[in-house]
Design a protein around this ligand. Sequence first.
Ligand code: PMP
Length: 409
Amino acid sequence: MTRTESRPESTPTLRWEDAFSPAGRRLSSSAIREILKITQAPDVISFAGGLPAPELFPMDAIRQAASSVLDRYGPAALQYSTTEGHLPLREWIAARVNIPPANVQIMTGSQQGLDLLGKVLIGEGDVVLVEAPTYLGALQSFAPYGPRYLQMQTDEGGIDLDALEEQLKTTRAKLLYCVPNFQNPTGRTLSLERRRRLVELTARHGVIVLEDDPYGSLRFTGEEIPSLYELALEACGGPDGSHVVYSGSFSKVLVPGLRDAWVQAALSLVRKLVQAKQGADLHTPTFNQMIIAELVHDVMPAQIGRVKAVYGARAQTMMAEMKAHFPAGVTHTVPQGGMFLWVTVPEGLDTTPLLERAVARKVAFVPGAPFYALGGGENTMRLSFSSANDGQIARGIRALGETLHEALA
Ligand code: PMP
């Protein structure tokens, strides 16, 4: 007898779709993950994923750090530990911006920070301002808490502050989420002048700012610009007066698989995050935090230097190939760091159906539309230059150029 046959006739069939909570119902799978499935054929050159270059991972240093952590801490390296995080790591993070370690909460990837910040800050119907386009993972993290997304206009310099000022005159927003450095997906960077205006404007209107900065250390050209968080610290006189919440990550400067990241914020918010994190995962893996803490002093600075040099060269190669092979009328951003650039094709050409034609020519990208919270961007695409080598970039961009020429003919 099969299991189905043994079920008593009176047992109702459980329909899981009806059982999901309002938060569960608001979850949807990332459009990108679905798209990436078609790009994963082995011989396709992919500019679609957002993966750091694995050949640059500091394997030997991590092996050594793991071993010395076990020697130094013994079983404590594998024991439960505090929710706030490994103190030496928090101290190192705090010292960078001259705040007390109490204002730093370690997260299991900055993705967890986005989720927990959404959980403790976003109530149903709260207005959340996001860039158009924005990081898709943030939209996914916030969605269960019922935000009402409003898009901020952007231009080549990122968020358009004149437009935002107008928007804030008529809109009561709770939270503004942005990626000021080498944004995912566009690669754009917000200028110092715009940052100052953003910090001042949001403070005046009582809008909390969530500054997501996983790429900030990966600048390969141009001058460093202070973070919104640092500007807010100056303006508000200290970490507990800051309306800017900063999210940092070790994923792009060391390795993503250890899942180590952090949030810097006012103490009252950190305390609430601690409670949320206790319910989520008790703490970020002890061993991983200890390994990262071993690496931040010597290995990480050298690693950042290597990564920047390679990504900078790959971005240059990609832009040179695009200049040579893309049709007139196709434009792109010129990133000063990070892993992405953003391509705009002539109005009327939709990049989503184009992807299949590109994959047939053995190259893949991510269509831009999913990065818009409220629609738009059909004639855009994101290209990642971090994980293909120069030869692959040259072949891939040529193939993408052919696809575009054909589509525009
Ligand atoms: N924010 C942005 C803007 C990202 O691009 C990413 C990774 N793609 C994340 C957050 C999440 O990174 P992690 O959880 O690895 O720190």
